[in-house]
Ligand binder design. Structure first.
Ligand code: AMP
Length: 215
């Protein structure tokens, strides 16, 4: 049996068509089903739908053989023990620094003042500002980061941006583009050895599906 851990939420919507193109069809609707392990059209492949941040953990410890999660999550969580054979080119977005439209970010950075930055991505933010030589106080949040500059909790946020609509709706502007993000296929290294043939077959099917979707 091969177990594939998928991320809930935004990534999931992009994952299903790619899975289908790779020949794997989930037979139950995870929105409707209360089951946490879903069957597929392939008798030897099953799917778990978990929080994106839990995917690396499931795959690292062998709770799943393969997983799909964002590069943001892999950087933040660390990817020790994970083989990352493919950029799936789905759930594309960027990770950026944003501030209130009336906040003079350029001057604050130039003057060497300490910035307070709220984010779910503490490791990515720490590394980015350290490379720039900007002193930051980081505040860890788990969601709705846009609220932080609006309420005075922080000067800036580090968050994922896709269309930019969420920032615009909250009168925030992007001032730095940290990196491009997309979802990756990750594989448990021990499983790759023990179930080599089945896992290689799945990696190759995903690889072909990615090429088909990005000619
Ligand atoms: P948008 O309004 O399209 O720029 O989307 C921004 C919001 O969606 C932010 O709250 C992000 O955290 C979230 N978001 C955007 N892209 C992704 C993604 N690929 N994966 C997870 N969350 C995302």
């Amino acid at each position: 049996m091969i177990t594939l851990a998928l991320s809930k939420g935004r990534i999931f919507d992009d994952t299903l068509p790619l899975l289908k193109a790779a020949g794997i069809e989930v037979l139950e609707d995870p929105e409707k089903s209360r089951k946490l392990i879903l069957t597929t059209n392939l008798p030897d492949v099953r799917v778990l739908v978990v929080r994106a941040t839990d995917v690396p953990t499931y795959v690292q410890y062998g709770g799943a053989d393969l997983g799909i999660t964002g590069k943001d999550t892999l950087l933040e969580h660390g990817s020790e023990g994970l083989y990352q054979p493919l950029d799936l080119q789905i759930a594309k977005c960027r990770i950026s620094v944003a501030v209130r439209a009336d906040f003079d970010y350029a001057s604050a950075v130039k003057q060497g003042s300490r910035l307070t930055v709220a984010t779910k991505y503490v490791a990515i933010a720490r590394e980015f500002f350290a490379t720039k030589g900007v002193h930051v106080d980081l505040i860890k949040l788990y969601g709705s980061m846009e609220l932080a500059p609006l309420t005075g909790l922080a000067d800036a946020i580090v968050d994922l941006v896709s269309t930019g609509n969420t920032l615009k709706a909250n009168h925030l502007v992007e001032v730095e583009h940290i990196m491009e993000i997309s979802s990756r296929l990750v594989v448990n290294q021990a499983a790759l050895k023990l179930k080599q043939e089945s896992i290689r077959r799945i990696i190759d099917a995903f690889s072909a599906a990615v090429k088909l979707a990005n000619p």
